[in-house]
Design a protein around this ligand. Structure first.
Ligand code: NDP
Length: 280
């Protein structure tokens, strides 16, 4: 059996079209949604991610203002800019593109963004709301994973979900969202012995490790839904996920490709969080 491919690029395109309609309505009420992106330093991958975010905003009719700060910027330079953006009524969402240079404290940057403009959902108040299942801004990649499961009509309640990776931006929040939807959730990390023994139990397998090819076909339960969050640049220059796609697609019931899976949907979720922030 070959898995159904969950086409993140197509789902993201549909989402952007829906958002454009909402933006048009907002504009008719005099509201122009705006996103501020902040990049510190010259990380080439970050530059591509920011460019994709700006492009998606443009497609949805959301204004985006990019702030490119030199890698030598001090913490107070960045905090000063964030303070200015927090107070700017034309800006409804703010993101600091990670990673930031080593001499800066990424955590302090995230916490300096006003809760209502924290469209990456990294502020502790929004993360706390996620833990409680209360309204708040949800982080984009975990939301993208859930929207893709829902878009493919994959049942979540009562299923065993295995999340590989426990980072604060992907693994932990996606596990919380799955718990909130009634899945039985196992979270694995780099110390998990015999990873395959656990992943083979997964009806839903979310992999977010940044290790190309970590999950092979034999580690996938037949018929499972596989959400591959990983983005890895191979020595050949090609982009690949954390799952061996060609093997896993012969065993899984559903699978997300890389590229063209969770990545574009994550960007669409950022635009949606910005539009929602402008609507309130
Ligand atoms: P982190 O490096 O913060 O976390 C990686 C996690 O994977 C850690 O919890 C680590 O465990 C775990 N891990 C590493 N090796 C293994 C292993 N051999 N077995 C089991 N677990 C392992 O990464 P992120 O969560 O930020 O990102 C993960 C991947 O997702 C990256 O490829 C990143 O580029 C991609 N990404 C994609 C996005 C998208 O839009 N599609 C958005 C964000 C990230 P431990 O904690 O024990 O070290």
């Amino acid at each position: 059996m070959t898995a159904h491919i969950i086409d993140g690029a197509a789902l993201a395109k549909e989402k952007i079209i829906q958002l454009k309609q909402i933006v048009t309505e907002l504009q008719s009420r005099g509201i122009q949604p705006g996103l501020a992106t902040v990049q510190v330093g010259d990380d080439p991958a970050s530059r591509i991610y920011v460019r994709n975010k700006v492009r998606a905003c443009t497609e949805a009719g959301v204004t985006s203002v990019h702030h490119d700060l030199p890698g030598t910027s001090s913490e107070s330079d960045v905090l000063q800019l964030l303070d200015q953006l927090n107070r700017d009524p034309k800006i409804h969402g703010i993101i600091v593109q990670l990673p930031v240079p080593r001499h800066l404290d990424a955590r302090r940057m995230s916490q300096a963004i006003a809760v209502a403009k924290d469209v990456d959902g990294f502020n502790w108040q929004n993360l706390g709301a996620l833990v409680e299942g209360a309204p708040g801004i949800l982080p984009c990649t975990p939301r993208a994973a859930m929207v893709m499961l829902d878009g493919a009509n994959i049942p979540i309640e009562g299923r065993h979900a295995v999340v590989v990776g426990r980072s604060n931006i992907v693994g932990k929040p996606v596990a919380l969202l799955l718990i909130g939807r009634g899945a039985t959730v196992t979270v694995c990390n780099s110390r998990t012995p015999d990873l395959g023994a656990i992943t083979r139990l997964a009806d839903i397998l979310v992999v977010a490790t940044g290790r190309a090819g970590l999950v092979t076909g034999s580690m996938v339960k037949p018929g499972a839904a596989v959400i591959d969050v990983g983005i890895n640049r191979l020595p050949t220059g090609k982009i690949a996920g954390d799952v061996v796609y060609d093997e896993a697609k012969e065993i899984a019931g559903w699978i997300t490709p890389v590229p063209g899976g969770v990545g574009p949907m994550t960007v669409a979720m950022l635009v949606e969080n910005t539009v929602n922030a402008a609507s309130h």
